[in-house]
Ligand binder design. Structure first.
Ligand code: FAD
Length: 258
């Protein structure tokens, strides 16, 4: 039950797509105002026996959409994702009414190139950037003065939940480059694209696209190890602290690295 001073929305799931056995997206209908900027995250929860179990999730959708979208990875031993995984269309969850985070596109720094590097679900905030800019582009409100270069890493190609959508955007938008890369190509024989981890191919693409610390801001999102390696590579390539932004999805420790 929702009350006026309730900190939570109680949205219902209106759509669910399972991209792969442990990767899925949902769309929810809030039935209330929720103002956020592309790149921010929401706090989602499921009611536990005593209190809600809550975790932060980057928002995939653009603020111009009427529903809010999320992209999840199941952590089998985790507290919340096994509960979220059980929820189907029509089921209710909890979402805090206040969006959070500062992982927004920095259009004020004077650096007009944006290198977006992510692993699996870490693509979420970048999809929100691209959907928002694409709408403005189509409506003549954005002429491509900011350029986005998206490097999306996963173990196998079926983990790219937004591959087709991003490819279609990149085919139409001169301001967007999209390179998906697969680190376990031997388990994905049909894959014809780039291979290696996102951090392995990062330097190659930064050079190829002419990106450096004076003309570019880099954004790293997702797996903590990719972010550590990626930051080291970019720092050695001249990216200062101001030109590096990160959204670390979990603290390494108990998990096994894919
Ligand atoms: C700002 C922010 C945005 C986030 N956005 C997303 C998102 O869009 N989609 C998404 O799926 N997750 C996202 N996360 C991660 C999310 O908040 C949870 O940490 C994750 O879903 C696991 O929750 P859990 O309760 O199931 O596991 P927990 O009980 O929190 O964790 C159990 C163990 O697994 C480790 N772990 C957590 N996540 C992973 C993982 N993906 N792979 C391997 N080990 C892991 C933890 O370090 C811990 O040791 C985001 C995190 C942050 C900080």
């Amino acid at each position: 039950m929702s009350t006026a001073d309730d900190k939570f929305f109680h949205p219902k799931i209106v759509k669910r797509i399972d991209f792969a056995p442990e990767l899925w997206m949902i769309r929810i209908n809030l039935g209330g105002e929720f103002r956020f900027a592309p790149g921010q995250y929401a706090t989602l929860g499921v009611q536990g026996e005593q209190r809600p179990v809550e975790r932060p999730y980057s928002i995939v959708s653009s603020p111009v959409e009427s529903e809010i979208e999320f992209f999840f990875e199941l952590v089998p031993q985790g507290a919340l994702t096994p509960l979220l995984y059980k929820l189907q269309v029509g089921d209710e969850l909890l979402m805090r009414k206040v969006p959070k985070g500062r992982f927004m596109l920095d259009t004020k720094s004077g650096r007009t190139n944006h290198l977006l590097v992510c692993t699996v679900t870490g693509v979420a905030p970048f999809v929100s950037y691209v959907r928002t800019l694409f709408k403005d582009f189509k409506e003549g409100k954005f002429a491509g003065e900011q350029k986005l270069f998206l490097l999306n890493g996963a173990s196998r190609s079926w983990e790219f939940g937004y591959h087709d959508e991003l490819q279609q955007f990149a085919a139409q938008a001169p301001w967007l480059k999209y390179v998906p890369t697969v680190s376990r190509a031997w388990e994905d024989e049909k894959w014809k694209g780039e291979t290696g981890r996102a951090d392995d191919v990062l330097r190659k693409y930064a050079d190829m696209w002419g990106l450096n610390g004076t003309n570019c801001v880099a954004y790293l999102c997702g797996h903590p190890e990719m972010i550590e390696h990626g930051k080291g590579i970019l720092k050695r390539h001249g990216f200062s602290k101001e030109a590096l932004k990160e959204e670390v999805y979990w603290i390494p420790g108990k998990e096994t690295v894919a």
